[in-house]
Write a protein that binds this ligand. Structure first.
Ligand code: HEC
Ligand code: HEC
Length: 324
């Protein structure tokens, strides 16, 4: 190609890109309907700069997700009920990052039946769950509070345009394959030291800024998530960490950890001390417990140890046989 041709081609391509971009943003939020929904396209959430000024509820909702501790933490200006972590520590970029445990499917998929409670769960129930487990609050904020309503307004705003009952691609946590051995806390410790410790600390307690809020959130200890939280299940931790940590260096498409390293570091972190909490009403049908739910009783005869660390494949096989 002659140089001037090349320049022309680049110019034309750039014009194309601009037109496509302009068309795309004219699906402004709220306009996108059923016909435009494409479940094979990775969902990338709207960021806070897109929330209209007038939508003060959604704006405040985003604030609460990003800076939960400032509002609801140990020295919270609204209430002092949570452990000092932010929702965003685990729901990255305000719950908008592909495979960063995002909120893309919340508005469209709730209320939904969930086996943990054995019933139909509303968004309020699901948010309260994370507050009482991941943020270790004794009791979540009231369902009628401005805070709860604002968080829901934000999630509804995020999910605008996604048809009811459909989940976009890239929401939640990406699963990684099971190992054919038990996850090994000792091997995981080595991963922790080389890949995690510089931010989360040698004692796993995270690091605070001078204002007392966390710069790096704790992975264990009294201010971390409790034993009833989702991340206490090894598969959730491993899937989240492999596709998101070390923070700022990794996204889902360029992980640094192998599957083995992710499972092992999950085993190490989740064998350290943390607040213990038991919800007696969880899993009314014990046969529905996920294979990596580390607390019995079970319908399948495997130990708590194996349900915590694996290997999980034999449990899956045994359950299949039971069903036959
Ligand atoms: C310590 C980590 C952690 C923190 C902090 C946390 N969550 Fe979660 N959250 C999770 C995990 C893990 C899941 C389940 C993800 C899965 O299994 O796919 C989850 C799921 C959810 C869901 C359901 C998403 C869906 O698509 O079904 C909502 C809603 C939610 N969290 C809201 C919140 C809110 C609001 C806060 C802050 C008050 C919060 N979370 C704080 C870890 C956390
Ligand atoms: C460069 C610093 C850095 C490194 C290295 C790093 N993280 Fe993180 N991690 C963070 C930050 C910052 C957050 C919170 C992100 C936010 O709030 O936006 C976080 C959040 C987390 C969370 C969810 C919140 C919590 O405290 O439970 C887990 C789990 C986690 N990291 C595990 C790990 C593991 C395991 C490694 C090593 C493989 C690791 N991180 C390496 C900075 C780091």
């Amino acid at each position: 190609m002659k140089p001037h041709c090349f320049v022309k081609t680049v110019f034309i391509l750039a014009c194309f890109a601009l037109v496509i971009y302009a068309c795309d943003s004219s699906h402004a939020h709220g306009v996108a309907g059923d016909s435009q929904f494409d479940s094979t396209r990775l969902w990338v959430g709207w960021n806070k700069y897109h929330i209209p000024e007038r939508d003060s509820m959604a704006r405040y909702g985003h604030e609460l997700i990003a800076n939960t501790s400032y509002y609801l933490g140990p020295k919270g200006i609204v209430a002092q009920i949570t452990n000092g972590m932010n929702c965003q520590n685990c729901h990255l970029n305000g719950g908008t990052l592909p495979w960063g445990n995002n909120y893309g499917a919340v508005a469209s998929m709730y209320p939904q039946f969930r086996a943990r409670s054995g019933g139909l769960e509303t968004i309020v129930k699901r948010i309260s769950d994370c507050m009482e487990r991941s943020l270790n609050a004794d009791k979540a904020i009231d369902s009628n509070s401005k805070e709860m309503r604002s968080i829901i307004a934000y999630m509804n705003w995020l999910g605008d345009g996604i048809p009811k009952g459909r989940a976009p691609k890239g929401t939640g946590i990406m699963n990684i394959p099971y190992l054919d051995r038990a996850a090994d806390p000792q091997k995981g410790q080595a991963v922790y030291v080389s890949k995690c410790q510089r931010c989360h600390g040698a004692d796993g307690h995270g690091q605070k800024k001078t204002d007392g809020l966390y710069e790096y959130p704790p992975l264990w200890g009294e201010n971390s998530y409790n034993t009833a939280a989702g991340l206490y299940r090894l598969s959730r931790f491993a899937g989240y960490v492999k596709h998101n940590m070390p923070f700022g260096e990794v996204e889902y498409h360029n992980p640094q950890l192998t599957d083995e390293e992710a499972w092992d570091v999950a085993a190490f972190v989740n064998s350290q001390p943390r607040p213990s909490k038991i919800f007696k009403e969880d899993w009314p049908d014990i046969s529905k417990k996920p294979v990596d739910h580390p607390f019995g009783p079970y319908a399948d005869g495997f130990t708590e140890e194996q349900h915590k660390y694996g290997p999980f494949q034999p449990i899956i096989e045994a359950r299949k046989k039971q069903k036959k």
